[in-house]
Design a protein around this ligand. Sequence first.
Ligand SMILES: [Zn+2]
Length: 537
Amino acid sequence: MELIITDADIVTMAPGAAGPARSMLVRDGEIAAVGPAEAVRAAAGPGAALLRLDGATVIPGLIDAHCHVSDVGYLAAAADCGQPAAPDIPAIQSRLRKQAARTPAGSWVTGAGYVEYKLREGRHPTRADLDAAVPDRPAVVYHTSLHACVLNTAALRAAGFADQQPDPPGGAFGRDDQGRLNGLIFEGPMFALLERNLHHDLGELGAGQRARVVDTAGRRLAAFGVTAVGEADLRRDSFTAFAEADEAGLLRQRIYGLVVHDEVDWLLSSGLRGRRSARLAAEAVKIWADGGMSSRTAAISGTYPVPPYGSGILYFTRAELTELVRTFDTQGFQVCVHAQGDRAIETVLDAYAATLGPASANPRRHRIEHGGALYPELLARAAALNVVIATQPGFLSGLGDGFAAAFPDTCDQLYAIGSWRRAGLTVAGSSDAPVISPDPRLGLRDAVLRQTGDGRVLGPGERITAADALALYTTAAAHALHRETELGSLEVGKRADFVVLDGNPLTTDPAAIPGLRVLATALDGTPVHQDGLTFPS
Ligand SMILES: [Zn+2]
């Protein structure tokens, strides 16, 4: 089967490409030719199908190097408590009431997506707020960071949390002025809770329904042009759901799994390490070094001027983290450590330095996930270690005003993508969805403009060109996933994963990039999303 795509403005992202190509030949799912129309036609057989694009733009399939696909699918069924959909706490309450009516007995009533500083009240909802909406059964609302959540009284009871209880290691409880739990839970216990609920709710579903959870997330991502994803939270449950979707032909992205560190033993004993298929692989390990940026729990060297105050949460000592990294490195894994605050990033760099030695090129491409406060003094060390960064430019518009409040002195140095690239680091683009939308067009725009929701520019010197922004989500992300020989650019011999847009993101006004329409998304030359463009069958 051959397909000629022609009359197109093809942005190949190939190094040293002379300029946009006009035509591309897909053969057996791979790119067989790309260039001027005559040359491509000459390379095709007589029976090749033809797809004329009337000047539309083709870019490589977009790669989201760090996304929680299973959470996107799981939380798609939760009440949307994000802003602006739910502008205040009464709106969240009304959404929870509706959600309760459609939640099966035995499952928790679930909402997700709020940001307290975007709510009209400017605070987190409390246990009492949730009790007023759902008095008689467990209810939870997850903060958009997925580093915090609020429980009602029934949920606190079901989770075994009591008022007199001290804060657990690696986590914290919110309390009222009498010291009673106010329902807010940060970090460790919140992760355990989400994992338990996801495990329970996926377990209640049959294989077909589980595959549909993955399909829901996959459709959403495909509509944004995403063709490959680093799944930043792969566990036994989610692996099963992906594998079932893969069997059913429902995987619309290539899933590159970062297996949660405490499930590596399962991965090794299951024989599932490596590539399961062309669309599902488990090759890396994920570790969390600290908390989140928008939940103000990232481990920083000073103290936060905003609630919950403190200096954030660090999960491991330097020695513990080094031991973990060394073990996984010895086992041949790529290690990807979530590190947001400067105190956490320093610990990760120490662990990498101790593991890699002084003159290493970092052959396994160990990564720092996010790297929010990777300040200049840490950057030189990261560059010397050749650490790969998987970061989220889209946080700048989605959460940037909160960063400015939490980091009044250093907010211009957060997510310093321009400096990181100038220092020679490989910087991969990602969304961390469902923390923010998985739409990479937002990240492309934000990497260029760095504008917060209120219009403030964070770190004007860190802005990059549109071409460099596109590289974050193509060539650099492919490298971060060890897939640069197969993905990331439209070159002969690579997989025919591509996106058709109604305009060229490199020449469009950057503010208008999110408005570019995704006409089609293709994997192996076959459409996984079509909107106004029909492929010849
Ligand atoms: Zn994440």
